[in-house]
Unconditional design. Structure first.
Length: 129
């Protein structure tokens, strides 16, 4: 498993399966978008409400990237005003078990003492600045 990612030249970093996966679904917002699209097909404004801290520009960018990678599908209805819906593609469905595992891990970590200790450490670091 690790052999794929060792000693990979920077310009060939996408030979590493982990790099590929993180390039497609990594980052601050893509996991949340996929999590909500797993629950149901969503319109843009519905996603904005479900992820209130994301900006309109960032949501647009993340949706475009996910669509370019084939993870989500965008359906445009020919009406005025235009109606656009986003859903998981067949490929996108395959990443849902990973998203669910991350969610379970996050829940477990949130309930651990490590989370509370890290939260206190971060607060103290910010106050010291």
């Amino acid at each position: 498993m690790r052999e794929d990612c060792q000693k990979t030249p920077l310009d060939l970093h996408l030979a590493c399966p982990m790099s590929i996966a993180l390039a497609v679904v990594g980052g601050k917002w893509k996991g949340m978008i996929l999590y909500h699209l797993h629950e149901d097909t969503q319109r843009f404004n519905q996603l904005m409400r479900l992820i209130p801290s994301i900006t309109q520009r960032m949501l647009t960018r993340q949706l475009r990237e996910l669509e370019a990678h084939g993870v989500i599908e965008r359906r445009i209805y020919p009406q005025i005003p235009p109606k656009v819906e986003y859903s998981l593609s067949e490929l996108g469905q395959t990443v849902i078990p990973v998203i669910q595992q991350l969610s379970a891990w996050g829940r477990q970590y949130r309930d651990s003492s490590a989370f509370n200790e890290a939260f206190v450490w971060v607060e103290q670091s910010v106050e010291a600045e």
